[in-house]
Ligand binder design. Structure first.
Ligand SMILES: [Zn+2]
Length: 328
C-alpha cells in the first residue's frame, strides 16, 4: 500500500516539476530587447528552424521596463542577444544580463555595430518648442539618441551584423541567411529611394510632432526639419501652455494640415493643437484644419500589430505614406 502510494506520489511530483520547467516560456535562439532587432533577426532566419523574438513584450514601454528573473534566464539560454546600447536599455542589460552572460552567447550592441561601420551617433536634441531641459539633464554628459534603427541605412548595418552572428553559429545555413539578408536590404534600399523621391519633390520640408520625437536619425538622413513637444525618450504626456502656443504658431505659420503622434500615444498634445487651430480658424486664421497622423518609431508595437505579424518594412511603408501626405 505504502509502495503504491509513493509511486503515485513520485509520478505526480515528476509531472509537477516537468510542468514547472516548461512554464518559463518557449526557449528562443535569438532575443532582442526591442522590436526592430527581433524583426531583423526573424527576416534573416526566414525558413529556418531557429526562432527570434523581443524581450520587452508588445505594448510595454521600454522606458519603464525592467527584466523579470524568467526574462534574464531566457536571454542567458539563447544563442544571440541583441540590444540597443543607449540610455533605453544599456543600464539594465549591463547589470542584469552582461554581468552573467555565458561566453557562448553572442551579443550584438547596435551602437557598437554602427560605430564599427563608421556611423557617427547623434546626440539627443531638444526640439525648438520643447520646454527647457531639467537642470540635472542639462548638466549631464551628452546622451546619444537611442532610436538608431529609424534610419534605414542604420537598419541595413544592424541586419548585416545579425546575419554575421547567425552565420557564425550556424554555418550550415549560411547561404540561406545571406540570401534572406540581401533580400531584406534590397527592400530597405527601395524604400530609401522612395523617401528620397518624396522629399526632393515635396512642397514643404517640415514635420510637426505633438508628441515625443524618437525620429532624429530618420529626419537627419533626409534633411527634414521638425518640431516636437518633447525630446525622444521623454515620459511627459502633458505639455506646458508655452509648448502648445509655440507648436500652434508653427502650424499656423507653415499652414500645416497634419500633426504627428508616435504609436501608443495618448495624443493629448496633438488633440490640443488641433482644437487650438479650430479656435484660430473662428478668429480668422485661413489655414486648413488639422488631421492627426501616426509615425511609427517601432521602439515597441501594440499587441494587435504584433498579432498581425507586421514587420519593420510594413511600419516604414506606413511612415512613407504619412510622409507623402504631410510634405505635400
Ligand atoms: Zn527612447
Amino acid at each position: 500500500m505504502m509502495k503504491k502510494f509513493s509511486f503515485v506520489f513520485l509520478s505526480f511530483m515528476f509531472l509537477f516539476v516537468l510542468a514547472l520547467t516548461s512554464c518559463g516560456g518557449k526557449s528562443l535562439d535569438v532575443i532582442s530587447t526591442i522590436y526592430p532587432g527581433a524583426d531583423f533577426a526573424k527576416a534573416v532566419l526566414k525558413d529556418s528552424t531557429m526562432e527570434a523574438d523581443m524581450l520587452v513584450k508588445p505594448g510595454v514601454d521600454i522606458h519603464n521596463y525592467s527584466p523579470s528573473a524568467v526574462d534574464i534566464k531566457n536571454v542567458l539560454k539563447a544563442k544571440v542577444f541583441i540590444y540597443v546600447g543607449g540610455e533605453d536599455d544599456s543600464k539594465w542589460v549591463e547589470e542584469e544580463i552582461l554581468s552573467s552572460a555565458p561566453k557562448e552567447l553572442k551579443i550584438i550592441n547596435m551602437f557598437d555595430c554602427l560605430r564599427n561601420a563608421g556611423v557617427s551617433l547623434l546626440g539627443e536634441e531638444k526640439p525648438t518648442s520643447a520646454d527647457e531641459l531639467e537642470e540635472e539633464d542639462a548638466l549631464d554628459k551628452v546622451e546619444y539618441d537611442s532610436h538608431v534603427w529609424t534610419s534605414i541605412t542604420n537598419a541595413s548595418i544592424i541586419i548585416k551584423a545579425i546575419c554575421d552572428a547567425l552565420c557564425e553559429i550556424d554555418s550550415s545555413n549560411k547561404d540561406k541567411y545571406i540570401r534572406n539578408t540581401n533580400a531584406y536590404i534590397a527592400s530597405l534600399n527601395m524604400m530609401d529611394e522612395e523617401i528620397k523621391d518624396i522629399v526632393s519633390n515635396a512642397k514643404t520640408n517640415f514635420l510637426c510632432f505633438g508628441d515625443r520625437f524618437p525620429f532624429l536619425y530618420f529626419v537627419k538622413e533626409y534633411g527634414i526639419n521638425y518640431d516636437a513637444a518633447f525630446m525622444g525618450c521623454s515620459s511627459n504626456k502633458d505639455a506646458s501652455s508655452k509648448v502648445i502656443v509655440s507648436l500652434t504658431n508653427q502650424v499656423k505659420e507653415k499652414h500645416l494640415s497634419y500633426v504627428f503622434v508616435v504609436e501608443m500615444s495618448s495624443s493629448t498634445v496633438a488633440r490640443t493643437i488641433k482644437e487650438e487651430i479650430e479656435k484660430e480658424k473662428k478668429n480668422g486664421y485661413d489655414g486648413p484644419s488639422i488631421e492627426i497622423l501616426t509615425f511609427y518609431s517601432m521602439q515597441n508595437i501594440t499587441k494587435d500589430d504584433y498579432k498581425k505579424g507586421y514587420t519593420y518594412l510594413d511600419f516604414m511603408k506606413k511612415n512613407v505614406e504619412a510622409l507623402r501626405l504631410a510634405l505635400n
